[in-house]
Design a protein around this ligand. Structure first.
Ligand SMILES: C[S@@+](CC[C@H](N)C(=O)[O-])C[C@H]1O[C@@H](n2cnc3c(N)ncnc32)[C@H](O)[C@@H]1O
Length: 183
């Protein structure tokens, strides 16, 4: 991550405004991607591309690709500029549009899906992406401690669907990590 450090540090100064993940959550995602040697990753909620830098840097190691979805064109443009600045733009496809419309258009089979869009829509995102997540694939949802009240249907789904093994991880604003089984 050293070559991306200065841009990440600069973006951390505006992390509240852009509601970026914490650095440790970026590290966590990076470790997951490298551990499962992910080839295809989907992110819902790009913002200015802070988390996408972590995801793409890990995917550079594995030879994989990232699709990231953002409905605010200004933020998507900022993300593209930041990814270009760190030389990771060739790994990332920033798609501008509502994730509800964009997820069904994704043809890749995902090894990992990172949910960081509108909290009340997490369940919808996951249900739409579900057929395209491989057996053994991972789903990471952010803000699951601090904004848990806004995602009761997601909590119900990930802890009660037989095909998912899920665990709460109290890292920064909270993460739920789910594993898709072959059942
Ligand atoms: C918490 S921020 C994402 C932060 C980013 N993952 C990071 O850590 O750098 C959420 C972003 O999701 C976008 N968003 C929310 N609902 C969306 C939807 N339905 N489709 C696409 N983008 C959405 C918002 O515009 C916002 O930029």
């Amino acid at each position: 991550m050293e070559q991306y450090e200065s841009v990440l540090k600069r973006l951390e100064r505006t992390a509240k405004e852009y509601t970026n993940i914490a650095p440790e959550n970026g590290q966590f995602l990076s470790i997951l991607i490298c551990s499962i040697h992910a080839q295809n990753v989907l992110e819902v909620g790009t913002s200015n591309g802070y988390s996408a830098i972590y995801l793409a840097a890990a995917l550079k190691e594995t030879g994989g690709k990232l699709i990231t979805l953002e409905f605010d064109p200004m933020r998507a443009a900022e993300a593209e500029a930041h990814l270009q600045e760190v030389g990771l733009d060739n790994i990332v496809d920033v798609r501008i549009g509502n994730a509800i419309d964009e997820i069904p258009k994704c043809e890749a089979t995902f090894d990992l899906v990172f949910l960081d869009g509108e909290k009340s829509e997490y369940r919808r995102y996951l249900e739409l992406a579900f057929p395209n997540i491989r057996t053994g694939g991972l789903i990471v949802a952010d803000d699951t401690v601090t904004m848990r009240d806004e995602m009761p249907d997601y909590i119900e789904f990930v802890f009660n669907t037989p095909q998912l093994h899920s665990v709460d991880i109290p890292l920064d604003d909270g993460i739920i990590l789910s594993y898709k089984t072959g059942m």
